[in-house]
Design a protein around this ligand. Structure first.
Ligand code: TRP
Length: 331
């Protein structure tokens, strides 16, 4: 039986792109897993960039409530908050003592920041880089190794971090024997890059996203804003190049899609298409929105689930840190 583990770094406002591209497939994978699956909210990773205490607190609850509302089964998947697991941070320090600094110099995220500084003509190429950001891959390594994870499903952008993780584990094991389990990265199929309502990649920073739990009225308004061509209602529409149709396909049934495709051929008004899109989208999201709304106003309930998750998670991480302490000669 395999242990699957993955982390979610909280960011503000979860949108449809996050839902379709990351949450839905991950929840499905968790439900299908035969071994133990661990899913955690990587809140201390967000601390590298989020220094507003209110925002920091808020985003953790938003992420937790959203995943629960979308059907994560917390009786099957251990859901916890990273900061509730002290073993991770002890392990992170220990592992940093086995991590060549050069690894971190080569980290994509750090290099991107340096390149940005260079481009902006900054004298100090490390401008705006705190040690948390620089050491991020070590903390991520500890997140994984503290749980003896076999498989870590990640997106393309995280594969380098997984390589560091494996290398660091091997360096440690080379010195002390087979203490740490060397995990395998499982690349998530991310063919699904969700497009924003203006036709660019969906991103909160572009202001083109559809928040997952926008109230019905706002959802409808945003759907009406989706970019289309300016053909008249009776003109046949191109089904190869229609953003509204792309969204529709994500939420509609096969039969509904067939029907919509033939309406495209005959000619259909964009208003009609969008109304239909709103209906299928809201059909799926409305029940989840209701759960989300009730959870987000009941933080005690979220806390209880996360505390319970942390307790279960620590059964595993305590055993690992025990092994590690023993290995390094701290008895
Ligand atoms: N770095 C990951 C991201 O930005 C989140 C993350 C933190 C993670 N720790 C992890 C993912 C451990 C997998 C395993 O998406």
């Amino acid at each position: 039986m395999k242990t699957i583990l993955t982390g979610i770094k909280p960011t503000g406002e979860i949108h449809i792109g996050n839902y379709l591209g990351a949450m839905k497939p991950a929840i499905k994978a968790c439900l299908a897993a035969d071994g133990t699956s661990y899913l955690f909210i990587a809140d201390y990773h967000s601390l590298t960039a989020t220094h507003d205490s209110k925002v920091f607190e808020e985003i953790v609850y938003e992420v937790a409530a959203a995943w629960m509302a979308c059907g994560l089964d917390t009786s099957k998947t251990v859901l916890y908050r990273q900061s509730d697991i002290p073993e991770i941070f002890e392990l992170a320090w220990i592992l940093s003592c086995f991590t060549p600094k050069g690894f971190m110099n080569r980290s994509h995220a750090y290099k991107a920041k340096v390149a940005e500084n260079e481009e902006n003509g900054k004298k100090d190429l490390d401008h705006g880089v705190n040690m948390g950001l620089f050491m991020y891959p070590v903390l991520m390594t500890a997140d994984i190794l503290a749980f003896d994870a076999d498989e870590v499903p990640v997106g393309e952008d995280q594969l380098q971090h997984l390589e560091f993780c494996r290398d660091i584990a091997q360096k440690f094991n080379h010195n002390y024997g087979e203490v740490l389990k060397v995990p395998k990265a499982v690349k998530k199929d991310e063919t699904k890059s969700i497009i924003g309502i203006d036709g660019r990649k969906m991103s909160k920073s572009y202001g083109n996203s559809i928040p997952l739990f926008a109230p019905e009225k706002r959802l409808r308004k945003l759907i009406m804003k989706i970019k289309t061509d300016s053909l008249p209602p009776e003109a046949p529409k191109n089904s190869e190049d229609s953003l509204a149709l792309e969204y529709f396909k994500e939420f509609a049934t096969e039969i509904e899609i067939e029907k919509m495709l033939s309406r495209y051929k005959e000619g259909v008004s964009w208003g009609d298409v969008k109304q239909n899109l709103f209906e299928v989208m809201n059909r799926e999201i409305a029940p989840q929105r209701a759960i989300y709304d009730s959870l987000i106003s009941d933080r005690a309930k979220i806390d209880a689930i996360l505390v319970d998750g942390a307790q279960k998670a620590r059964e595993r991480s305590k055993a690992v840190i025990q092994r590690v302490r023993q290995a390094i000669g701290k008895s």
